[in-house]
Ligand binder design. Structure first.
Ligand SMILES: [Fe+2]
Ligand SMILES: [Fe+2]
Length: 257
């Protein structure tokens, strides 16, 4: 694999927030819509370990470069969730851990079944990691675009600073997933076919598999509705379309619509 995972792993670090003025949110609180989005993003960031279980059920776990990156990825996403949780706590929302616990408990059987499916699929197809890497790239692009839109809409300097730092790390996640996806898709026509069909039929916005549908709709409307939101969605679609075999899917634009 030529994706420089070693460099990405070396640069991995816990998100620096020591110099973020969290008290600024007490002096100038965020609006309810921004807080609603942050709650969603915080919960989804906190769910990363659960996604990791599924990736590791495929043959992706056989590649030590991939597993080295995934270890760092999961660590970084944990601290993204923790930072967002701190913002929510300043606004009186201390229920992050409680929400995570009930979310996971409510999905126990469904998640178990999904794990079985991924393990079984992995036994018959070597191409599941390609699907996972492309799916991961779409989600990281979407997440980064979502943070950019949220910062722009909220117009709160401390939030802009915090989300900017998170977005820089999301950029490195994009480098990994998109790089891995590009190499795996380039190498195999079967991987391209499977990935295209899977994304076309099954892809839905990041977090939609675990968050309530009314929250997913709110997020899609708040961040990717209106002319600027649509432009952001199309930007992500163009990035996805540059991966081998994935031209013209328009996943984000369709989801936003
Ligand atoms: Fe993140
Ligand atoms: Fe990420």
């Amino acid at each position: 694999m030529s994706t420089d995972t070693d460099a990405l792993v070396r640069r991995s670090a816990r998100l620096v927030v020591d110099d973020i003025d969290f008290d600024a949110f007490a002096r100038r609180p965020l609006d309810p819509d921004t807080l609603r989005c942050l709650r969603y993003m915080c919960d989804v960031e906190g769910h990363t370990m659960c996604y990791l279980r599924e990736v590791l059920a495929t043959r992706a776990h056989q590649d030590p470069h991939v597993t080295a990156f995934l270890a760092c990825w999961c660590y970084e996403e944990h601290w993204h969730g923790a930072a967002l949780s701190r913002v929510l706590e300043v606004h009186g929302d201390h229920a992050g851990a409680l929400r995570a616990r009930s979310l996971r408990a409510g999905r126990h059987r469904r998640d178990g079944l999904r794990l079985l499916l991924f393990a079984a699929g992995s036994a018959v197809s070597a191409n599941l990691p390609a699907v996972h890497m492309a799916w991961g790239a779409v989600n990281e692009w979407t997440t980064q675009a979502g943070y950019a839109r949220l910062a722009a809409r909220a117009g709160h300097p401390q939030l802009t600073e915090l989300l900017g730092r998170i977005m820089r790390q999301e950029g490195r996640h994009i480098d990994f997933y998109a790089g891995q996806a590009r190499e795996r898709l380039q190498a195999s026509a079967a991987a391209r076919r499977l990935t295209r069909v899977t994304l076309q039929r099954l892809w839905a916005p990041v977090g939609s598999g675990v968050m309530p549908s009314h929250e997913v709709r709110f997020m899609a409307r708040h961040l990717f509705g209106g002319p600027q939101g649509l432009a952001a969605a199309r930007r992500v679609d163009r990035q996805v379309g540059r991966l081998p075999g994935l031209q013209g899917l328009r996943l984000l634009e369709r989801a936003a619509a």
